[in-house]
Design a protein around this ligand. Structure first.
Ligand code: SAH
Length: 356
């Protein structure tokens, strides 16, 4: 039993089942027992690892892509350099180190971080304190008066999704209720859902689709800022152009787990529906690419070879393994995608292909 499970069982007994989104929000962000509120999830002692934690090359290439896009947009003298869910601050530290040699980029940048976890804010302060970051609880609080150059790696997958099962022309919502006093999945009756009207064409009875309202709200806020002042948002995460099927998952101790087994103790995520982000930000231009291809086009192989000349033994083996892990289709290369959001008037950012 976890403390949070007792709280949720009592709440469901009194008020009825929770949507998957309500359950995810409670598990991740409960003020006392939430996963992100209470622990440091990353690293070997944590539950999962991420691309910037695997190799410095990830942040270096992303940083140079941001800086090139800044140059392509006329090198504006004041920009918001921002990250959503910066974890331990590793990605932004690599971005800042790689861009230190780009004349004018650092002096133009004001660093803004969106982070809910007090534990991780402290880690970010230790890694990035020299750059005077300003923290925010939400994307809406990011400055609205300057070009926005932003990264978000494995942030959108942590946002709460709702799940709907196609039933005729309606949809049953998947919920978390109780069976014999234990948390169990259930379904509501079928109801029409106007937000899913566009999915009637590509789904059949019994298909499951996921929606993520907070992700759409955030993408709209980023798109609006980028459309009015310029910039580039790079969103990296696992997922596909269009969501189909149940991707709600729990990870604990680097292994997948039952999402209902240990509320507050496991990381809960869902795949990102990149089309939904693009649809929510029509004022910005969008491009998506598989992570492996994008990193190749940004020059990861040349960078990997340059770093390898200084390494030997175990360090060289782990460097070679990290390069493969970030790019190979059997590892993160295909499952992970990167979405770029940029002004309609700006050149396509480095690494993405032009209109085909
Ligand atoms: N980007 C980092 C960490 C990924 S873990 C990396 O790649 O290593 C997810 C991050 O998003 C954590 O920093 C977590 O605390 C933060 N986060 C999760 N949900 C959030 C929310 N609703 N608002 C702001 N930050 C959130």
């Amino acid at each position: 039993m976890t403390a949070l499970r007792d709280i949720l069982v009592a709440q469901i007994a009194a008020q009825g089942p929770l949507t998957i989104a309500q359950y995810m929000t409670a598990c991740l962000l409960h003020p006392e027992h939430g996963y992100y509120t209470t622990r440091e999830p990353l690293g070997t002692a944590g539950d999962f690892t991420t691309a910037p934690e695997i190799s410095q090359m990830f942040g270096e290439l992303i940083g140079l892509a941001l800086a090139q896009s800044w140059l392509d947009q006329g090198a504006p003298g004041l920009i918001t350099l921002a990250e959503l869910g910066p974890g331990r601050g590793t990605l932004m530290a690599d971005i800042l180190r790689a861009t230190a040699g780009v004349p004018g980029f650092h002096s133009a940048a004001r660093l803004h971080l969106v982070e809910v976890s007090p534990v991780l804010r402290a880690r970010q302060a230790a890694a990035l304190g020299a750059f005077d970051p300003v923290w925010h609880d939400s994307v809406e609080a990011l400055p609205e008066d300057a070009p926005l150059f932003l990264v978000a790696n494995e942030f959108f997958d942590a946002l709460p999704v709702r799940q709907f099962l196609r039933d005729g022309r309606g949809w049953r919502e998947r919920v978390v209720g109780l069976r014999d006093g234990a948390l169990a999945f259930g379904q509501t009756d079928a109801l029409p859902n106007s937000a899913l009207a566009h999915r009637l064409a590509d789904t059949r009875d019994g298909d499951l689709v996921e929606t993520c309202a907070p992700a759409a709200t955030i993408a709209a806020a980023l798109g609006a800022r980028i459309a009015s002042h310029g910039g580039l948002a790079l969103v990296a995460d696992y997922g596909d152009w269009r969501s189909l099927g149940d991707t709600f998952q729990a990870v604990q101790g680097h292994a997948t787990a039952d999402p209902l087994a240990a509320p507050g103790l496991a990381d809960l995520t869902a795949h990102v529906d990149f089309e939904a982000l693009a649809r929510a930000a029509p004022c910005a231009h969008t491009r998506m690419a598989p992570q492996g291809e994008l990193l190749e086009r940004l020059g990861i192989t040349a960078r990997a070879q340059a770093l390898a000349t200084k390494l030997g033994g175990e360090a060289l083996n782990s460097h070679v393994a990290a390069h493969r892990r970030l790019t190979h289709p059997d590892e993160m290369g295909t499952l992970f995608k990167m979405l770029g959001l940029f002004p309609h008037s700006a050149p396509t950012p480095p690494g993405f292909l032009n209109d085909t």
